[in-house]
Write a protein that binds this ligand. Structure first.
Ligand SMILES: [Zn+2]
Length: 598
């Protein structure tokens, strides 16, 4: 291994010098604000086109809009980095509100432009799609048009969106306010601590089962105490959503989430169908895990607990070399790209206090660069996280040649490149282990993920669809929400877990997110979709590289059914496709059961 020393602190000065006190950023924001005001005015005055001759004007408005949105996102990305690297940077929070306002103004102005454009007469519209600057945007433009046609009038939609601030999003914010004030008292290592629910949740994977049980009991009690408040927040935000759907004439509550993810109901049904048929191996894994923990059956609070700690430690440089070496086996281009990211200070990895927990990757559209945030403390799971985030960065890089409007991929394909990159490293890590214990720990890590996607997310999906159906007939009380949750968990986990978490409907933020409906199935989709790509890459090695890049470049300009057909030759409305990804995960179970058999 060559001796290198990559920077562990990122370089943000290339974007704006001087952090949250940056003069450059100040000027950038002021200029953007001015340009946005003039653009909003143009969007305002824009009228539904009546002649093909207006294609040029439409195109230049789109370009101007895109450029300004890039300026807003450039500032937004910079501020996210500032906030994450130092949680006490108050100036950054002030700047954050400024950018949030710019985005909201931009969003509203752009929406009204889209709505008016979408009303264009069919002949003129077809003419636009043949125009040399607009033709590459065909998919996205048609999507705007379809959406506008399925919605109410422009005035009605504008009214809904203004009422939603207090009548819809406010319920989600109310939820956050209540949760933010909740604490639980737990005793860990003889010391009593008052913890936020987020901190307490982290203790559910504590190695000591008594700590886990105590935390679980305290958390359940804390959520139970406030259940009537949460029944209100959930019922009212769901009620608002259902009412909007009803007015638009949409019966299927999944219509909106499916449209957002550019996928068909058949695809979703095939995915869950295949998963439901192949749960047995994961049930076997849960029973084996219970046995290793000295139990007949796992309790809910054992699900996140490890039976084995991985003891391997890698320095940052070693971690980087490990990633580069294994990326190289699949894609030399991805390896080269990642090397640049390591060398040029694209990554903030230092283990120091004051940083936000977790990891992310954010793009700077004007500079065509990304930045990765995480805290590297040397564990194998840190290496996997780093690979994951590099995958996200590579996705953005692969999209560079396509029009910015063709880079806006949906949530279900957003994790394609990251999961792919993480899989490469996770598999290599299992192979590179020196002891059986380490191997078990890493396999268990991988399997925990499969259980999360096939069982936990499935339970969330079952609960949420059933809840929305019942909500159509009126308010669903907390007692019924508890029952629905229990049922969904027992079903999704095939009764392999002794207890449930009845409060799950209230303690999972995802049910209360108003920005995105059904924040669950896209996770499972992304995981399995990515696994199928990985399976193909395993067969074809580096020959697959260019096909992989071509697939990434199409992630935001066609439906997922077309994407899979074009690049994988697969019909994803059929269960057979989904079974291939599940098959890879089943192999992990087989290996795990062998390694842990007595
Ligand atoms: Zn990710």
């Amino acid at each position: 291994m060559t001796k290198t020393s990559y920077p562990v602190v990122w370089d943000l000065d290339v974007f704006f010098k001087g952090g949250s006190e940056s003069e450059e950023l100040r000027r950038h924001l002021d200029e953007t604000k001015e340009r946005l005001a003039s653009l909003a005015e143009k969007f305002n005055q824009f009228e539904t086109p009546t002649s093909v001759d207006q294609a040029e004007a439409v195109s230049s408005l789109i370009e101007e809009g895109t450029d300004i949105s890039h300026h807003i996102r450039q500032a937004g990305a910079f501020i996210s980095c500032l906030e994450a690297q130092d949680m006490s940077d108050h100036k950054a929070s002030t700047l954050r509100s400024e950018v949030t306002e710019l985005s909201a103004t931009y969003g509203a102005a752009f929406n009204s432009f889209k709505q008016k454009l979408a009303q264009t007469d069919e002949n003129v519209w077809q003419g636009f799609l043949e125009h040399d600057k607009l033709s590459e945007l065909t998919f996205v433009l048609n999507e705007w048009r379809d959406a506008a046609q399925e919605q109410l009038s422009e005035d009605e939609e504008a009214l809904i969106s203004s009422l939603s601030v207090d009548g819809y999003h406010a319920w989600g914010q109310m939820y956050n306010t209540i949760v933010g004030g909740m604490t639980v008292n737990v005793t860990v290592d003889g010391e009593e601590k008052e913890l936020s629910v987020g901190q307490a949740n982290n203790l559910l994977s504590h190695e000591n089962p008594e700590v886990r049980k105590q935390v679980y009991d305290k958390l359940e009690a804390a959520w139970k105490e406030k259940e009537s408040l949460f029944a209100n927040t959930l019922n009212h935000l769901a009620g608002f959503r259902l009412n909007v759907y009803k007015k638009r004439g949409w019966d299927n509550v999944l219509k909106e989430p499916l449209d957002i993810n550019r996928m068909q109901q058949d695809t979703l049904d095939a995915m869950w169908g295949a998963i439901t048929k192949h749960k047995q191996p994961f049930v076997d894994f849960l029973y084996r895990k219970a046995e290793l923990l000295g139990k007949d059956k796992l309790e809910w609070y054992d699900l996140g607990a490890p039976t084995q700690e991985n003891s391997q430690k890698l320095s940052y440089d070693e971690g980087a070399q490990f990633i580069l070496k294994h990326f190289e086996e699949f894609s030399p281009k991805m390896a080269d790209f990642s090397k640049t990211a390591f060398e040029d200070g694209w990554i903030e990895a230092e283990d120091r206090s004051g940083k936000r927990p977790g990891g992310f990757c954010t793009g700077f559209p004007l500079s065509e660069q990304s930045r990765i945030f995480m805290t590297y403390s040397g564990s194998m799971s840190n290496v996997a996280t780093l690979a994951h985030e590099l995958g996200h960065a590579y996705h953005s890089y692969a999209l560079k040649p396509v029009h910015p409007l063709n880079r806006r991929y949906a949530m279900n394909v957003a994790e394609t490149a990251s999961t792919f990159a993480e899989m490469i490293v996770a598999d290599a890590a299992v192979k590179a282990t020196e002891t059986k214990e380490d191997q078990i720990a890493l396999l268990e890590d991988k399997l925990q993920r499969s259980v999360a996607f096939f069982m936990n997310i499935h339970s969330r999906f079952l609960f949420e669809t059933r809840f929305y159906e019942e909500r159509k007939n009126g308010f669903v009380p907390a007692s019924r929400l508890n029952e629905l949750t229990d049922e969904a968990q027992r079903e999704a986990y095939c009764d392999a877990v002794n207890s449930t978490s009845s409060s799950y409907w209230s303690n999972k933020l995802h049910f209360h997110i108003t920005g995105v409906p059904f924040y669950n199935f896209p996770y499972t989709f992304g995981y399995l979709f990515s696994l199928s790509i990985y399976a193909k890459a395993l067969e074809e090695g580096t020959n697959y590289e260019d096909q992989y890049i071509a697939l990434l470049q199409d992630t935001a300009r066609m439906s997922v059914e077309d994407l899979a057909m074009k690049h994988l030759g697969e019909d994803i409305t059929k269960e057979a496709f989904w079974e291939k990804g599940i098959e890879l995960c089943k192999k992990d179970v087989t290996e795990y059961l062998e390694l842990t058999s007595k």
